[in-house]
Design a protein around this ligand. Structure first.
Ligand code: ABN
Length: 175
């Protein structure tokens, strides 16, 4: 990188010879004022933020909070707080073969989506971010309508670690 240092040293010396300190300061000042007008109109890419649900004036949704829309019918520890994400299991665990299905409304488009709450199996309880939103859950005596269940029951390891919330698709309106 010596050539780089030499190049900048030579350019700085040349500039120091040619430009007085006062005119250099004036140039920098003009540049700062001009950038204040130009920068706000440059086309920044805000698509990623919009996809997350963080539109203008809105905070990006927090996937490690029970209030996140996909978790409306969840019972378990959020995999987002346990080294995974809303739709992936943490390393060293595997998705349950059976799951609880819920319907949650996405506030971004006002549509209802089917969400599959697969538990992640193979490690002991994560213990972080316990949520018990359970929209649509029915008491335990209504078999099949109750979500307080270890969905790792059909896996090789039945140890429950955390719960995901995988979007399956749009829920059809009932006629
Ligand atoms: N589906 C989460 C879970 C695991 C074990 C016991 C109850 C609920």
């Amino acid at each position: 990188m010596k050539w780089f240092d030499d190049f900048f040293e030579r350019s700085s010396r040349r500039a120091a010879h040619q430009v007085s300190r006062r005119s250099a300061l004036a140039r920098i000042g003009r540049l700062v004022v001009a950038s204040a007008f130009v920068l706000p109109v440059l086309p920044f890419d805000r698509a990623a933020k919009a996809a997350q649900g963080g539109g203008k004036g809105k905070k990006a949704p927090d996937e490690s909070q029970c209030e996140y829309w996909r978790y409306c019918a969840l019972d378990g520890f959020l995999c987002s707080c346990c080294g995974g994400s809303p739709s992936t299991c943490p390393p060293g665990t595997e998705m349950s073969k059976v799951a609880w299905i819920g319907t949650c409304r996405n506030p971004q488009d006002g549509k209802d989506y089917l969400i599959s709450y697969n538990d992640c199996c193979g490690k002991n309880s994560c213990g972080r971010c316990l949520c018990n939103t359970n929209l649509g859950d029915r008491p335990a005596y209504r078999m099949g309508l109750h979500n307080d269940i270890n969905w790792c029951m059909a896996n090789t390891s039945t140890m429950f670690h955390c719960t995901t919330a995988v979007v399956v698709g749009l829920a059809e309106a009932q006629s």
